[in-house]
Design a protein around this ligand. Structure first.
Ligand code: ATP
Length: 445
């Protein structure tokens, strides 16, 4: 039977955890402090160490460092309170196998134990593969998250990915709808085939059918060569249509026909091409309301919505905030060739109290900017933009915009104010997303 050392000074809690582990057939020794743990470590060869972060005679991180210095390969799991997750993430960098935040979910405890013991079987892997890769998979540029909302989201992705169902991904701007679509593709049987992402909000309706289905050279003025459309480019793989609610009625009919017949005909061609695509679409508006208003076809809506996934707001994934912050900090460090270590406590408090209207995209932008401005080890409050400290006056935008003076400046200013979130910038300017795209093109922004 596997042996676990549990270091926890809260007697009631440690007794409860010990009993829970014993019920699952582990042998458990408990110590209420570090010195007691050191004595036990001298005379036992544990398979796993569970330690609280704060102990009466020191902290779990110091114990972790000591264990690593002694070349002891026993995996160490830190137990933290929610407020200490930032410290735990730092501890992971120093070699902790994983951390688990209180209050515990029994299944989570068992999962951590099983994973840790599995890794211990292959000692080489222990040092090379800290468990943070489970939560922050830098290779796929994706944070899985630990919050309840993220767990549900990941379960849905996992369930629907291997099917061929059309998925409608909803959620506010910047929540990661495209990332979800990409993950559905990567977890599907089509993963080795193309993933083609198309922003429907950016395609003028006149050229949409050529964009979707392609054209033959000379089929219309400007068709100087043959062009493959998105359907053909995605053949065998996944076609992701972002902002699908922006498609014109005529384009909706064309899309519906292509989906029903699974065949497309490039403009100017007489030959039909069979296409096998899995369709994932996204929208940040309530598409059912648009259907009720009559500007989105109901039959198309049902075809797109064989399964729907709602991506939660960042504010509703508070438990993930620090994981995301850490992920974007690492990314920014790499991109900007910096080595900022973390965030000051004040910054983390500000982050936790902020609403994040631009969601994950806003967090990523703010951290990149702050990393650039930081010369010390930690991102401090003075590296954050003013919007965290004052209420913004947004009304003036639409008023000024309607005068059509300084349009370019106003557009740039609205984009900056919304962290380049075009949907929100368009709202701020009181124009449609399509108009914003056209104006951005006009002013070469
Ligand atoms: N789970 C995640 N892990 C890492 N980065 C993420 C994750 N989710 C989103 N992001 C990042 O957040 C940003 C916004 O994500 P994405 O473009 O997918 O959002 P969206 O909901 O499609 O936005 P919009 O509605 O404006 O099109 C991107 O830079 C993306 O890489």
């Amino acid at each position: 039977m596997k042996q676990i050392l549990l270091i926890e000074d809260d007697v009631t809690f440690s007794n409860m955890l010990k009993k829970f582990m014993e019920r699952h057939k582990y042998i458990v020794d408990v110590s209420y402090n570090i010195s007691g743990a050191n004595n036990l470590l001298k005379s036992n060869n544990y398979d796993l160490i569970f330690t609280d972060l704060r102990l009466p005679d020191g902290d779990g991180i110091a114990l972790l460092k000591q264990i690593k210095q002694e070349q002891n390969l026993t995996p160490v799991v830190l137990m933290t309170s929610y407020a200490e997750v930032a410290t735990a993430v730092q501890a992971m960098k120093q070699g902790a196998f994983d951390y688990i935040s209180k209050p515990f979910n029994p299944n989570e405890v068992l999962e951590v134990i099983t994973n840790a013991l599995e890794i211990k079987e292959n000692k080489d892997v222990v040092t090379k593969q800290p468990a943070i890769s489970k939560k922050t998979n830098e290779n796929s540029d994706f944070v899985t998250g630990i919050s309840a909302a993220s767990k549900t989201l990941n379960e849905y992705i996992h369930l629907v990915a291997p099917t061929n169902m059309s998925v409608l991904v909803t959620g506010e701007s910047g929540t990661g709808k495209e990332v979800v679509a990409k993950n559905i593709h990567l977890q599907s049987l089509r993963k080795d085939k193309p993933f083609v992402a198309v922003d429907c909000g950016a395609i003028p309706k006149e050229i949409a059918s050529s964009e979707f289905f392609g054209h033959k050279k000379g089929s219309f003025t400007g068709a100087v060569q043959d062009k493959i459309g998105h359907f053909e480019a995605a053949n065998g793989g996944t076609l992701f249509l972002d902002e699908v609610g922006n498609l014109s009625y005529e384009n909706q009919i064309q899309l519906l026909r292509a989906l029903q017949e699974r065949k497309i005909k490039p403009i100017g061609s007489s030959t039909e091409i069979n296409v096998d695509i899995r369709l994932v679409t996204a929208t940040n508006e309530n598409l059912l309301e648009v259907v009720e208003k009559g500007s989105f076809r109901e039959d198309l809506y049902h075809r797109l919505n064989e399964f729907s996934i709602e991506v939660p707001r960042l504010k509703d994934r508070n438990d993930d905030l620090i994981l995301y912050a850490d992920f974007f900090l690492n990314k920014a460090n790499k991109q900007l060739n910096k080595s900022v270590v973390g965030f000051s406590k004040e910054v983390l408090t500000i982050f936790q109290n902020y609403e994040w209207p631009g969601n994950i995209r806003e967090l990523s932008n703010i951290i990149k900017r702050a990393t650039l401005l930081t010369t010390g080890e930690l991102i401090e409050v003075n590296a954050l933009p003013n919007k965290f400290f004052k209420t913004t006056e947004v009304k003036t935008f639409s008023e000024n915009f309607s005068t059509k003076e300084n349009e370019k400046e106003l557009i740039i200013s609205a984009l900056e104010k919304t962290d380049y979130n075009r949907t929100q910038a368009a709202k701020l300017l009181n124009i449609t997303r399509k108009t914003l795209y056209n104006k951005m093109k006009l002013y070469e922004i």
